[in-house]
Design a protein. Sequence first.
Length: 486
Amino acid sequence: MTHDDASPRSPAVKLTGGRTLTYGDLAKRLADGQRSLRHDSKALVLCPGDRDLPTLLAYLAGLRLGHTVAFLPASTEIIDAYQPEFVVPTRGAENGLTGLGYRPGEEVADGVPVFRRAASAPEGDIHADTALLLATSGTTGSPKAVRLSYAGLAGNTAAIIEALGITAAECAPTTLPITHAYGLSVLNTHLLAGASVVLSDRSPLSLAMWDHLTRAGATSLAAVPTTYSAFGPTHINLLAHTNIRTMTQSGARLDEELTMRLVRMMEQRRGRFFVMYGQTEATARIACLDPADLPARLGSVGTAVPGATITIGPSSAHHRARPGEGAVHYRGPGVMLGYATGRADLCRGAEVDVLDTGDLGYLRDGYLYLTGRTKRIVKVLGVRTSLDDLERMVDRPGQPAAVICGDDDVVYLVGAGDPAVHEEQRRQLAETLGVPSRHVVFRSVDRLPQTPGGKVDYRTLATVMETRGRSDGGVDGLATPVRPGT
């Protein structure tokens, strides 16, 4: 995933402390990395790390050797399930691997060795097309992964380069985990375009990250809605001292008012703000909204990336469905081969042609508008409704809230803001649903849990509500005392 024609003297990876690897330096380091990953057959390389040089080099070297790279935790459960031939550990986490049947080999970078499987050979070959295993959104600790192909990875990366107009003059900081689809696509697109990346594991809101990206000459910034929502005057002032001219957003839905504020902020800098939509099952991104289409297309996530098509299929109706609403289907570069839960699944080839994204939406003149998730359509007292639609209806700036469904026809409004505001929302929900007030219950939490992609983690919230149904205690520091609706 690097640009073969890039000048050997061009900067490729800018590290903390002022070090820079040129494309020539990177090629030499990758040659060393390939030696440490030599194997007599196609192998699985497990990389539990993230935005660090050993992980980056192992990823690129693994792909060049035709291996499969798995961005999954090095837990006992996952190692038992996938039996990787190699593990590139996070620094300081090497000791546990020897007890799992691995022995240290050659160093990949910065004192981190590659651990080679010393136990019996893995049970099962890996399909020739399989390049990557990525955790699905919200299942980072589970063995379930998305199988992605070399062709899909290259095709989706090229489509994003075209959609965003990325050139060799760009420089992108790693403000997102490279072990997840959105962050990895930032890395892939810039290296394939012959541009440079600023490798840092700092928070995109930290002063240390902004100091690093400013000194490194970063020209773009990628983030999820929660990051942009937390932008304050300090970040706006810091932005004025950078070379950033492009901002992209993906992950969860971005508030329309905030979208236009960011668009206008970038216009003042003669820059661009892109709203995007993607899924791990599509390698990275599915649609992109050109800044020139705003504000006319406000609320849309844009049109399909080059070479792809988006269609709307049938879905279960609900009482607040938009005209033309249905299941969002995607065909194009990056559609996954399929899922995997263990080594036995890695021998399989392509099992998916058209991707059912699991999202609901509608098309207007080729522009996609998302309305919710198919699995978030529920029945309350006999009426089918969309929980995502209810969330949007009661949304209040600065008052984070989520809507989930419980047992016995109860809808929970879970809020981390002003209880008085949430009580107004609760009453509005009951009125909208046309149900007795007791069927909509408010629960207060300290914070709404999020998936790595910045979306509300509804699975964790459901666990919190289930636990609190048995006791008034909290779960994982999320919950404060119960505040039932009246």
